[in-house]
Design a protein around this ligand. Structure first.
Ligand SMILES: N[C@@H](CCC(=O)N[C@@H](CS)C(=O)NCC(=O)O)C(=O)O
Length: 204
């Protein structure tokens, strides 16, 4: 059996969370290496590209969250075998990256007025647009799963993002934005959150 270590920040969310969930759901043993934010400046230079998540398998490392999600999804049987379904799964995960990046770009804005303006512009523009279109994709595929008619890493990634958007942890992004513009994503988020293995993960 391979020795697997997943390194990511010590929080319930972000780019490493879907892989943690997938490994847990699949019953795959792994070291869940959690980096406290205060330790990050010390750890960062030792990572391949100065960022996490990093997955280590038998002493070799790989980065890039969606690539990691695909790899662990295959191990956990949470990634489609069918090439078309795999492309649909990848699409949803990459859309989340597309909307994550402009939000993350606002994290370092120190001036509150500027941060508020930038985030409101995201809410009025790309965030609402992407949420609406993602919801249409979900609806077109039956309304429950993004690919393969079953739970995949795409559902885990969208779940983590939707929960984050609704959490109130992002100032100036209304917690009811998703409820208003993409209610089916909220239904999806709650369904994934109530999946027995997802519940078991957070109940530990
Ligand atoms: N494209 C990369 C982006 C990785 C990334 O930017 N990770 C963030 C955390 S979600 C990070 O390491 N931030 C700290 C830093 O850049 O110093 C991926 O998808 O894994």
């Amino acid at each position: 059996m391979s020795q697997i270590t997943l390194t990511y920040f010590d929080m319930h969310g972000g780019r490493g969370e879907a892989a943690r969930l997938a490994l847990f759901i699949g019953g795959i043993a792994f070291e869940d290496r959690r980096i406290p934010f205060g330790d990050w400046p010390r750890v960062k230079p030792d990572t391949p590209f100065g960022a996490i998540p990093v997955l280590e398998v038998d002493g070799e490392t790989v980065t890039q969250s969606n690539g990691i999600n695909r790899y662990v999804g295959k191990l956990a049987k949470l990634y489609p075998d069918d090439p078309w379904q795999a492309a649909l799964c990848d699409e949803a995960m990459d859309v989340i990256e597309d909307i994550t990046n402009p939000v993350v770009a606002t994290f370092s804005i120190a001036d509150e007025t500027e941060k508020k303006a930038r985030r409101q512009a995201l809410v009025d523009g790309p965030l609402s647009f992407h949420l609406t279109r993602l919801e249409q994709r979900l609806a077109a595929r039956g309304g429950k799963y993004f690919a393969d008619g079953r739970l995949t890493v795409a559902d885990l990634k969208v779940f983590v993002w939707t929960r984050h958007l609704r959490s109130g942890n992002l100032d100036y992004i209304p917690t009811d934005l998703t409820d208003r513009v993409a209610p089916l994503l909220v239904t999806h988020c709650e369904a994934v959150g109530n999946h027995p293995r997802v519940k078991a993960y957070y109940d530990r």
